[in-house]
Design a protein around this ligand. Sequence first.
Ligand code: NAD
Length: 513
Amino acid sequence: STGYNIETVLNVLGIGNINNGTSTGINCFSNGEPIESFSPVDGQLIARVKATSKTDYETVMNTATTAFKKWRMIPAPQRGEVVRQFGDKLREKKEALGKLVSYEMGKSYQEGLGEVQEMIDICDFAVGLSRQLHGLTMHSERPGHRMYEQYHPLGVVGIISAFNFPVAVWSWNTALAWVCGDVCVWKPSEKTPLCGIACQNIIAEVIKENGLPEGISCLINGNYKVGEFMTKDSRIPLVSATGSTRMGKIVAQEVAARLGRSLLELGGNNAIIITPDADLKMTVLGAVFGAVGTAGQRCTSTRRLIIHESVYNKVKQAIVDAYKQLKVGNPLDETNHVGPLIDAKAVDVYKKALEEVVKEGGNLIVEGEILSGEGYKSGCYVKPAIAEAEPYFNIVQHETFAPILYLLKYSGDVENAIDIQNNVAQGLSSAIMTNNLREAERFLSHAGSDCGIANVNIGTSGAEIGGAFGGEKDTGGGRESGSDAWKIYMRRQTNTINYTTELPLAQGIKFDL
Ligand code: NAD
């Protein structure tokens, strides 16, 4: 009745007959307790997937470490060729995977397709990168010596991902890690285990067709306890973890305790500064999409608008009017703008945040509501809300993963708006809407936004794969995807070669025998 034809989708993705608890995912070792995956779209149980036990995990790690020894010796451009084939397979399965993402996670089908497109794009990027994993050469201070640096594969990369980007975040990590010569073990969110199996099936097919060891890509399923297998495991030199700041603080400590590397992509509290010179039409579109897209469940969702007092009423009215047009419902129906939240717990967090903002003295100018009745049977659909608030409110300082937008007022110079913007613990995405060059440059300067992403005349939500993605402070400091983000997946080695018959020491030290 929801129009997803989910059985066909699961068949195309090679996930047949999993209700008895045995997943068909190749190299998906799972003998632990079953995890139930419910769709937030209609509340139906889609499937049960067995979690990975500690014994299963050991099998996975053996498979992965064996595969690494072979994979690292394959020339990087040939590894790139495998990733190219993976991108092609994703093109073939784009519709089915996009639908599964939409049905299991609840984002719109268009956004589901967009997520798969992002996977394809990062594969293309990684293919080119496979010929460009270069270090620098330096001049040695010693005669007849040459010095350079090279990047070597790191080993087994552990990936822990969040529910809201159930497939793309994995590919941001794996496509790069694979061309770098690493093998990957992935623990997807326990809220979206089927997306994990679908991706694993697709890459497993490519690996098999190329006669390569299956451990190049491994999947483990389960909750935080299964994630902990990896954070505590010194056989894993890098753990890339995407999720809440709460999770990141635990993971960072676990991995640091064994002197491993962690790449953290955590929560945001993203703001758009709206100056007197802002283009109103662009501002409204950017702010509304940023706040309600994916039902406010993006790490880059717009949570705060910091509006100059001279245009405050005008902007407020335009945004409230735009909210009146919003339709909430089945994410497969393209006329709907907002789909469901992930589960009942998320609805509860939304409800509590609305109570909290009122308690702190905020003014709800667009009231929230938990929707019920026909089309809303899962109980996960909520109405996007807007509250006028103060920057220092406790609730405004926190990331609530739901479509709640706070309007904050500033007066005087843009510096005041930047102060409000930076004065939160998180530092992921930020934006300014202005046609004033001085304001824009000030915002981008070293006295400006303290976020990993700073945009001018674009909203905060979403990013292109070509740039390095990530944020500062409580967002964790990690960078993934484009630019030189690949370097974290490799180990750097400095090499000095002496092509003389003498052995001069560095710094002119004399040591005569
Ligand atoms: P979450 O923190 O509840 O879970 C994320 C993942 O971490 C899950 O796979 C979970 O099982 C695992 N996990 C939790 N505790 C763990 C522990 N102690 N050890 C090992 N693994 C553990 O987050 P969520 O609700 O799935 O996702 C929403 C959050 O993710 C938001 O805060 C959002 O901003 C953030 N996010 C950030 C980015 C980014 O790139 N910065 C991208 C997507 C989502």
